[in-house]
Write a protein that binds this ligand. Structure first.
Ligand code: SAM
Length: 216
């Protein structure tokens, strides 16, 4: 079933409201996912693009030797991230820009890793955004994402569908199917090499997609 996703403009409005309080609400809940994602990203390369960087909660977890670029569609969330970078002297963060994940203003093959922390399920056309991630990724690069990814099975799947419209109004998603990502990966020459359950109790998952070698 196709679900109605938030449009980009809706996300901007929703996250304008979230920006002042986001860190207080989500820092603790998302910490394990953020740390795990940043650790895996650092293991996959130095030039890192973070899509939907938000208020920059994950930025301090990357090692200082990395070179991080962050983009987000919300200027209010990016403003918070800029404050954080200045306050904590996060010199490994090279640039933070307002940008839509559907149309990345970067050259092909610019990054070793593209991270999507808690954002893929909110993007109106996730496959188009993943196409963009693949375009800006170097050969052998990785796309690593964290989100509430479900297989949609059983009672849990039914509940996730039922509450989806309510959850969407506060800028989240409950019913995004993991299959959407694995199908995209299969079609586009990526392997899902790792899926890690993270806090709370596997509710969120971190997933690594690695580009297949051309002759594999
Ligand atoms: C749930 S927040 C996650 C923020 C941050 N990644 C974190 O983990 O704390 C989702 C973020 O994705 C951003 N976002 C939503 N749609 C986007 C799009 N099409 N392009 C870029 N960023 C987007 C929102 O503005 C918001 O900052």
């Amino acid at each position: 079933m196709g679900q109605v996703q938030n449009r980009a403009e809706d996300q901007q409005k929703i996250y304008q409201r979230w920006a002042p309080v986001y860190d207080r609400v989500y820092r603790g809940i998302l910490r394990d996912g953020h740390r795990t994602l940043a650790r895996l990203a650092a293991g996959a390369g130095t030039d890192i693009l973070e899509i939907g960087v938000g208020t920059g909660l994950m930025l301090s977890y990357y090692p200082r030797r990395s070179r991080v670029t962050g983009i987000d569609i919300s200027e209010h969330m990016i403003a918070k991230a800029r404050e954080k970078v200045a306050r904590h002297k996060l010199f490994h963060v090279r640039q933070l820009q307002v940008m839509d994940a559907h149309a990345l203003a970067f050259e092909d093959r610019s990054f070793d890793v593209v991270c999507l922390p808690f954002v893929i399920t909110l993007i109106p056309e996730p496959e188009r955004a993943l196409d963009e991630c693949a375009r800006v990724l170097r050969p052998g690069g990785e796309i690593i994402l964290a989100s509430k990814l479900s297989d949609g099975a059983g009672l849990q799947g039914a509940i996730e569908e039922a509450v989806a419209p309510l959850v969407r109004r506060v800028g989240w998603s409950s019913s995004f199917r993991i299959r959407r990502i694995t199908d995209w990966a299969e079609r586009n020459g990526f392997d899902a090499v790792q899926i890690l359950p993270v806090f709370p109790n596997g509710f969120f998952k971190v997933m690594r997609l690695k580009r297949r070698a051309p002759d594999a």
